[in-house]
Design a protein around this ligand. Structure first.
Ligand SMILES: [Zn+2]
Length: 129
């Protein structure tokens, strides 16, 4: 690592500024012994938040064609989208999810809601007729 100025991408120890690249998150700073914590942790959770947000969005999106085809497909996929995005909402309130990832999962939640409701309607029509 170059000693000239802090590397913006490198995770640094909050206490002493030691470069923590390659250190396990749950471990201690090798320089000062303080726990390696929130900045790196939050970034990791936020990264997981993005993939989950995309999951919620895709499930919500797929629930629409899913409900047209089977009814039940829309219900299952829509429920999955709602379940995933409600978990994201919870993590967002704890500060682990970025606002834009939360927005993406919110779109998935709305799509999933419609997929779920219309899927139920389609399923009921299937049962009746
Ligand atoms: Zn340190």
């Amino acid at each position: 690592m170059s000693p000239a100025g802090p590397d913006r991408e490198a995770p640094l120890c909050i206490t002493c500024g030691y470069d923590l690249t390659g250190q396990p998150i749950e471990g201690l700073c090798p320089e000062c012994g303080d726990p390696i914590w929130r900045p790196e942790l939050a970034r990791l959770i936020a990264g997981g938040g993005w993939s989950r947000a995309w999951g919620a969005f895709l499930f919500g999106l797929l629930s629409l064609p899913g409900m047209l085809l089977f009814g039940i497909g829309g219900v299952v996929l829509g429920a999955l989208a709602i379940y995933i995005s409600s978990g994201i909402e919870r993590d967002y309130l704890r500060g682990g999810i970025s606002a834009s990832a939360r927005h993406l999962s919110g779109v998935g939640q709305v799509l999933g809601f419609f997929g779920c409701v219309f899927g139920l309607c389609v399923g009921l029509l299937w049962l009746i007729f």
